[in-house]
Design a protein around this ligand. Structure first.
Ligand code: 4AD
Ligand code: MG
Length: 480
């Protein structure tokens, strides 16, 4: 018994051997040629059915989406594209899929839009495009673990239920075990959320960073890789309410080393996926080309998908301060009108993704690491620079994506951290455990967070983050 990927890889080595293959019918032409797929690869194996050898009742049950187990002989294929095919000897129909039942589903053999695929997320694993994306996603996840393990990092799990708001942005989902019919009230008559979790206010984690820092303060180099939740009501093609984040944290590392790590890490995992997902990326690259042609010229990617990936691997990321970026953006003419949709407000304002993408796609044409952002627009834990205005933050910006990584060197000086927390209105008592790391052998340390889905978007060339995660959670989307 062979998986179709392994079977096609062995190819002619298997000539004249008897094999068993299982899969779903992608198409059945002329009552003779079955294209069978089992999800292990984008490629189908062709099975030839001599219908004189089979009962008509069996032939009738073979149709698109039906599941089959086939015993047959491997022979050389005359058709172009594939070395081998299988001459069926025995066909077991495991599950039928009558064509009238397929009506209205994405399993019907015709072109379906990505929007329609999303509405039937439970069936889209059977499609070429989503199958490819899932295999690339898997390869990237594996590459991430491989990279860190080979670099001496310890994988740690940070809590999903937590009392902390790591980013201080208040974008949290409350969780509670309280009786909804009978919520406790405080003196002001408002719901008393401090009773959420057996007497503590809790939420789903927005980042494992703060807990990750405590681990790095004992284990040196750690990383987390887990689900992350943001209650931001932003309906964009780059935001999910539930996404997967990778967060390395390194003791004794300054911002420069953090940037080195981010660049080396990104290149390594992208290169792994390119090496291990060639067929899927070839298919996705063709899709990407077609998609680009439908876009207005100004929005088109100058490079094809594979060329863009290679470009990232072969070029150094540009490192630029926030202040330098503002200067460039102020003087830039992003389009014919010469204006951004959101004008550059000057030093101190946060950048919009159109600004980030301008720097990457038009100005430098290579990934950019922006650093030293104004303290006010970044989180409380970032290390203050000597200028008293900027912090040691870094965002990695990618073509077609904008921000793909956010990170920083952390404030390791307790007095400065305390001042900062006060300024940001963060309760020192709440984060007593975090402050402890600065009391007992504090060291410089740095880390960053990569959104897995943004990485998958980049590598697959897809345009909407809902299409690169099995079951996307966004406002209006919690069906499955
Ligand atoms: O920039 P963010 O908010 O940084 C942090 O959470 C830090 N605690 C990370 C760290 O230093 N350890 O998020 C990091 C990355 C972003 O650059 C983006 O790729 C992704 O997480 N991200 C999202 N991805 C999908 N949907 C969302 N709503 C996202 N919010 C952030
Ligand atoms: Mg960020």
């Amino acid at each position: 018994s062979y998986g179709i990927k392994a079977l096609l890889e062995k190819g002619k080595d298997l000539l004249l051997q008897e094999v068993v293959v299982n899969g779903w019918v992608r198409s059945f032409r002329s009552n003779r040629f079955i294209a069978l797929n089992d999800g292990s690869t984008i490629n189908n194996i062709q099975v030839v059915v001599d219908f004189e050898n089979f009962d008509e009742s069996i032939i009738k049950q073979i149709s698109t989406a039906a599941s089959l187990s086939i015993k047959g002989e491997v022979v050389e294929s005359e058709g172009a594209g594939q070395e081998i095919e299988i001459i069926a000897k025995e066909i077991k129909v495991l599950g039928t899929a009558p064509s009238e039942d397929l009506k209205g589903t994405i399993l019907q053999p015709k072109q379906h839009s990505l929007e329609i695929l999303r509405e039937q997320a439970h069936l889209r694993f059977r499609t070429n495009v989503f199958g490819s994306i899932m295999r690339v996603r898997n390869s990237l996840m594996f590459a991430i673990h491989k990279y860190f393990n080979e670099s001496g990092f310890v994988y740690i799990n940070t809590p999903i239920i937590t009392g902390s708001d790591a980013e201080g942005a208040g974008e949290m989902f409350h969780i509670t075990n309280l009786d909804m019919e009978n919520l406790p009230k405080n003196e002001e008559g408002k719901v008393d959320y401090t009773q959420d979790f057996f007497g503590k206010s809790t939420n789903l984690t927005v980042s494992g960073q703060l807990e990750g820092e405590t681990a790095a303060m004992g284990l040196g180099k750690v990383y987390t890789f887990g689900p992350t939740f943001r209650a931001e009501n932003s309906n964009t093609s780059r935001h999910l309410a539930e996404f997967w984040m990778i967060e390395p944290e390194v003791a004794f590392a300054h911002l420069d080393q953090n940037m080195d790590l981010a660049e080396d890490f990104m290149k390594s995992v992208i290169s792994y996926a390119m090496e291990n997902c060639k067929d899927d990326l070839k298919f996705l690259a063709e899709r990407f080309d077609k998609e680009q042609k439908q876009k207005p010229e100004a929005e088109r990617s100058e490079l094809g998908l594979i060329e863009r990936l290679e470009y990232v691997l072969n070029n150094q990321f540009i490192r630029l301060t926030y202040t330098e970026a503002i200067e460039i953006l102020k003087d830039s003419k992003p389009n014919k009108k010469g204006k951004f949709k959101y004008p550059i407000e000057g030093w101190g304002a946060d950048l919009q993704s159109e600004h980030e993408r301008y720097l990457v796609e038009k100005h430098f044409k290579t990934p950019v690491i922006l650093f030293d952002y104004p303290a006010e627009i970044k989180a409380f834990y970032m290390r203050m620079n000597d200028d008293g205005k900027t912090v040691r933050a870094m965002d990695v910006l990618f073509p077609g994506i904008g921000e793909i990584i956010g990170g920083s060197e952390r404030e390791e000086r307790l007095e400065v951290l305390d001042e900062k927390m006060e300024k940001f209105g963060i309760d020192k008592e709440e984060l007593w455990w975090y402050r402890d790391t600065r009391r007992f052998g504090s060291v410089p340390h740095s880390g960053f967070g990569l959104g897995l889905e943004r990485l998958v978007l980049f590598v697959t060339g897809m345009g909407n983050i809902r299409d690169v995660i099995p079951f996307p959670r966004t406002p209006n989307n919690a069906e499955f």
